[in-house]
Design a protein around this ligand. Structure first.
Ligand code: GAL
Length: 412
């Protein structure tokens, strides 16, 4: 561990109101932020933490959460914990917390008055187990978005769609013009994300809450939901020529005009940003696919494995405070394309899409993410069903609905 002179640390501390370290500690932080936009955002966290005199040791794992989480979990259960790690809001770290492997942050949260500043409060609830707080919610990332390349529509002699139905109707003309209507990465989570966003858009947030929240399998199997599965068949057909793996490669198809649109979380914004594109100018964002404007309060949180090392423990506390500080919340979220978890920060620099998100949040039109409502295992079963469905045109709308309802029936 490199020791900086206390003087240097104190001088740095003067510049950073939120915290200092009596000593400089290397802290390994694991996460799955490897796309261009994600890397630009995580660099803001590293910069803010390094300014405290400590050192952010970057533990990025490529391949998105589906690849990274099993690696993180096996390191923690295998006795080789990192200093801090990303998970999504909700129940992904539930078993690790129940196994007593994760640090209780309640003292830090109380000292930082997190209950007063975090908005909506449900974000902190997702970090709370048996009255104790085990993570720092760092952003609100809604999955409920359609991203469209404005130029592609103009070139095809079409208006930029105002909702999913107009987009689906434009697909044949887009294909005639040699454009892939819907970009879709082939990782399981991306296909089920598209499905649940269609469910909210076509059937509405109440139905979504009944199916994913109350596990209402009867409703999931009912004729009332048939239009949702027909829309999923449309999406499958519109994305049949999209053969990329990673979500950001699909976003890049939209940015470069190879594809007209993508259903993806607002982390896509980071990619448009580093490509120098402006919301409302080169691209359009439609919350709730322009049909049911809601914000999903999913996103990212950082957990701190228990480590029997005083210096690491102190550095963990410093990082937790850094992540919740107003300065870091603004710097990180503006680059990440997500909304801050603090309701008391200045967001004049927010772009059109973030403004739309903030307005919807202010109206209280929010829903939780599947990760907040279902066990990681049930979420994974739905991921596996929809990656199979999107890759097999012989699976009918009725077939996939029946299989989906069966998963909902057993879901926890
Ligand atoms: C999500 C995460 C986002 C984004 C996305 C793609 O799970 O919440 O921050 O990074 O994965 O990797």
């Amino acid at each position: 561990m490199a020791r900086k002179s206390i003087l240097t640390v104190l001088m740095t501390a003067a510049a950073m109101p939120f915290c200092v370290s009596a000593q400089a500690t290397d802290l390994e932080v694991t996460h799955w932020w490897t796309s261009g936009g994600e890397a630009a955002a995580v660099a803001e966290l590293a910069k803010a933490f390094d300014a405290t005199g400590n050192h952010w040791v970057d533990g990025a794992i490529a391949g998105s959460g589906g690849v990274a989480r099993p690696i993180m979990i096996s390191r923690i259960t295998g006795g080789d914990p990192m200093g801090a790690t990303q998970f999504n809001h909700g129940r992904q770290a539930e078993e690790l917390v129940e196994a007593g492997l994760m640090r209780d942050l309640t003292d830090i949260a109380e000292a930082g008055k997190w209950k007063e500043v975090v908005n909506p409060p449900s974000l902190l609830d997702s970090c709370t187990l048996d009255g104790k707080i085990y993570c720092v919610p760092i952003n609100i990332h809604s999955q409920q978005w359609l991203w469209l390349n404005n130029d592609v529509f103009k070139k095809a002699g079409l208006e930029v769609p105002k909702n999913w139905n107009e987009f689906a109707a434009a697909a044949p003309k887009l294909e005639e013009a040699g454009i892939v209507p819907l970009a879709m990465g082939q990782q399981p989570w991306q296909t089920s994300l598209a499905f649940q966003v269609l469910l909210v858009a076509v059937a509405g947030p109440d139905t979504y809450n009944k199916v994913y929240g109350d596990k209402d399998a009867e409703l999931a199997a009912s004729d009332a939901l048939a239009p949702v599965f027909e829309a999923a068949v449309q999406a499958r057909d519109m994305s049949k020529k999209s053969n990329v793996q990673n979500w950001n490669d699909a976003t890049s198809m939209v940015i470069t005009g190879k594809a007209a649109g993508q259903i993806m979380g607002d982390w896509a914004q980071g990619e448009f940003q580093i490509a120098g594109q402006t919301a409302g100018k080169e691209y359009t964002c439609l919350p709730g696919l322009g049909m049911n404007e809601v914000i999903q309060t999913g996103g990212d949180a950082f957990y701190f494995p228990k480590v029997d090392d005083a210096a690491i423990n102190e550095a963990q506390g410093v990082l937790a405070n850094v992540m919740m500080s107003p300065e870091t919340q603004v710097a990180f979220n503006l680059k990440k394309g997500s909304l801050p978890v603090r309701g008391d920060v200045d967001l004049t620099a927010a772009n059109d899409c973030m403004r739309k998100g903030l307005d919807i949040l202010a109206k209280g039109n929010i829903i939780q993410a599947p990760d907040q409502m279902m066990s990681a295992d049930s979420v994974q079963q739905i991921n596996d069903l929809f990656v199979e469905f999107f890759n097999d045109p012989s699976i009918s709308a009725k077939d996939v609905q029946t299989r989906f309802a069966a998963i909902v029936a057993d879901a926890e």
